[in-house]
Design a protein around this ligand. Structure first.
Ligand SMILES: NC(=O)c1ccc[n+]([C@@H]2O[C@H](COP(=O)([O-])OP(=O)(O)OC[C@H]3O[C@@H](n4cnc5c(N)ncnc54)[C@H](OP(=O)(O)O)[C@@H]3O)[C@@H](O)[C@H]2O)c1
Length: 314
């Protein structure tokens, strides 16, 4: 496993990370893992050198953090825990959001569930239009000073909001964000026009989520064939029904012509961008974690990247 700095911070994150939104989810989601499966997968991730474990307070309404905490008992220092705050966790006016009150309450709850006294990366899950960015950033800066949080980041922020965040920190002399977590994959490149150029200019590390487009970039879903039994898209059919199989098949051919798989291409292409720090995929099986971890071994040449760009433009 190779490691990269998270944005312009000194934090070294594994090129392949592990996302845990499958942990403890309820029947609103088609995928679900219990505590012991979660522990097995986290062990497998640590074994292959993955240090970046991404969770959020809202995943499984706290269950994901709880399972991560249990799995990392006695192994805390092998992992970097990235969690998030913003989504609804309780009834009432402060049960969600990015106010000082909510953030101070939620960090304590997350630390308790994670059985740790600090998180490595605390991310704003999405924007809270009811709270000024100044209030949010001052609260996060206090958490860093208290030692409860090491680094801070955003998720799902537009480029102009990231810019507002960066400049508010600069003008108030507060600890800055070091990363942002957007949806990004070969099948979803919406952030390329504004977010990526902004992040490159300001050296904000990009942590793509849905890197495998729910599994469409793993090679296991084929045109006009039923999704494999037990796979995510067997139950959650919409991404399969609207998938661009012309592009998927083109990408698959590109990879196999070079002795690789489309899965490897999905990771290698994201990692061909220097501003991408770590790619967090979810997994439901140990073998998936193992094959995802080695995908980063394929380092694309400039010519290969140009050819892929042509395929994407077509
Ligand atoms: N910030 C945000 O707003 C936000 C939103 C969503 C997610 N996230 C984060 O991003 C992470 C990644 O998202 P995701 O896990 O939903 O999407 P994803 O990485 O696009 O898809 C992961 C799914 O693909 C399948 N898969 C993974 N590796 C595979 C392999 N090697 N071979 C075959 N199938 C494989 C597994 O599903 P099956 O085995 O069930 O088919 C797995 O659960 C999440 O865990 C979460 O931490 C963040």
């Amino acid at each position: 496993m190779k490691y990269r700095n998270l944005g312009n911070s000194g934090l070294k994150v594994s090129e392949i990370g592990f996302g845990t939104n499958n942990f403890g989810t309820n029947d609103k989601w088609p995928f679900h893992m219990g505590a012991s499966e979660a522990a097995t997968l986290i062990d497998a991730a640590l074994d292959v050198g993955i240090n970046m474990i991404d969770t959020a307070n809202v995943y499984g309404t706290g269950k994901s953090e709880e399972y991560v905490g249990k799995a990392l008992k006695g192994k805390r220092e092998q992992a970097l825990i990235a969690t998030k705050v913003r989504g609804p966790m309780a009834e009432g006016p402060h049960g969600e959001g990015l106010s000082r009150k909510s953030i101070f309450h939620e960090i304590e709850a997350s630390l308790r569930r994670l059985q740790t006294d600090y998180v490595d990366l605390y991310q704003l899950h999405w924007v809270d239009k009811d709270t000024s960015i100044e209030e949010t950033l001052r609260a996060l800066d206090d958490l860093i000073k208290q030692g409860k949080v090491r680094y801070i980041g955003c998720s799902n922020y537009e480029a102009w909001r990231l810019c507002e965040t960066v400049w508010t920190s600069k003008s108030l002399n507060l600890n800055p964000i070091v990363s942002t977590q957007p949806a990004y994959s070969l099948l979803d490149r919406g952030i390329e026009s504004e977010v990526i150029p902004f992040c490159e200019e300001y050296q904000i590390g990009v942590i793509p989520y849905f890197p495998l487009a729910h599994g469409l970039l793993t090679g296991k879903y084929k045109r006009n064939q039923k999704p494999p039994k037990g796979s995510r898209l067997e139950a959650k059919s919409e991404p399969y029904e609207t998938a661009n199989f012309d592009l998927i098949e083109g990408l698959e051919k590109f990879a196999t012509d070079r002795g690789h798989t489309i899965l490897e291409l999905a990771f290698a292409w994201l990692l061909s961008k220097d501003i991408v720090s770590t790619v967090i995929a979810g997994a439901t099986k140990i073998e998936q974690i193992q094959s995802n971890a080695v995908a980063a071994d394929w380092v694309l040449t400039g010519e290969e990247v140009d050819e892929i760009n042509k395929l994407l433009e077509e």
